[in-house]
Design a protein around this ligand. Structure first.
Ligand code: SIN
Length: 293
């Protein structure tokens, strides 16, 4: 078990994100070090470690300390020998994408369309595109907790207790419409396996108790008990508020970064400012969460 003699947590912005220094994720962390890492994760919503060498086995083992590691439903984009690792990549082999090529190209939190969305995800940077020495393919994060805190009191009262409908089919269609790469069309089996779900618009973080706005453009299709004429503009207004620049942190990747985000506190967006044959390859794991309340 590795103990970090000098772990340091360096906040990135006033509202979210922290770099963790002095921790080598290639080694199993002792209980105290892991507890400090987990506290930073809960508090900052996004944490990252630079200059790591993380095998698929280590990434899975580290992720398991945060929760049961789930396999992503699109098995064709996962490592055959480690199906817990989803490849996020624009890399093509024999004219086929080896991974999910349009992942994250709209603001979202992972799998809000499921009844029990994952607690969070870990992304390990294997290959990062660059032009003239400048890294491309950054990821933007927005604090849904800071966004909630900043709402006017009358809006907080208006949305208190409301629930939104989250749709996998709507998300799939929206991604296909606005992103630069195609993913395979959904099969009927996939459609039937993922019916719409309902979650509170104001979601409470299960550990910190912070309130977070849990709505996304293109994925929330209505509000329970409200007509669409009223509901859809309200959803759009809230979703646009979450991703205002004041609530954002931009992560510029380096090869060897291991970054983790919290799907309750944070939404994210992958910037597609590079094109094949530039290569971006990330290994993603996700760990189980609890029913949103
Ligand atoms: C994701 O949304 O899971 C991927 C984000 C990224 O590739 O930057």
């Amino acid at each position: 078990m590795a103990r970090a003699a000098s772990m340091d947590v360096r906040p990135c912005t006033a509202v979210l994100g922290a770099e963790i220094l002095g921790v080598d994720v290639a080694h199993d962390l002792d209980a105290d070090t892991f507890a400090a890492v987990e506290r930073a994760y809960d508090d900052f919503g996004v944490i990252f470690f630079r200059d790591q060498t993380v095998s698929p086995e280590r990434q899975i083992a580290f992720s398991r300390r945060f929760g049961t590691v789930d396999c992503f439903p699109l098995a064709q984009y996962c490592l055959a020998e480690h199906p817990e690792i989803l490849l996020i990549s624009n890399v093509k082999e024999q004219d086929r994408n080896i991974g999910l090529a349009d992942a994250g190209q709209t603001w979202h939190t992972d799998m809000s369309w499921s009844a029990v969305p994952p607690r969070g995800s870990a992304l390990y940077a294997v290959e990062i595109p660059a032009k003239d020495g400048v890294a491309l393919g950054a990821t933007l994060f927005a604090s849904a907790a800071a966004a909630y805190d900043a709402l006017p009191e009358d809006m907080k009262r208006r949305i208190d207790g409301l629930k939104a409908v989250h749709s996998y089919q709507a998300k799939h269609a929206y991604r296909a419409k606005v992103s630069v790469s195609e993913r395979d069309a959904m099969t009927n089996e996939q459609k039937n396996a993922h019916p719409d779900v309902v979650h509170p618009i104001v979601r409470t973080h299960p550990i910190t108790g912070r309130k977070c706005l849990y709505v996304m453009t293109g994925e929330c299709t209505g509000i329970v008990g409200m007509n669409d004429k009223e509901a859809l503009p309200l959803l759009d207004e809230l979703a646009a508020h979450v991703v205002e620049p004041a609530f954002q942190y931009k992560h510029v990747w380096r090869t060897g970064d291991l970054l983790m985000w919290d799907n309750c506190t944070v939404q994210h967006f992958a910037v597609r400012d590079y094109a094949w044959p530039m290569r971006r390859l990330m290994h993603r794991t996700q760990f189980a969460g609890s029913v949103p309340f």
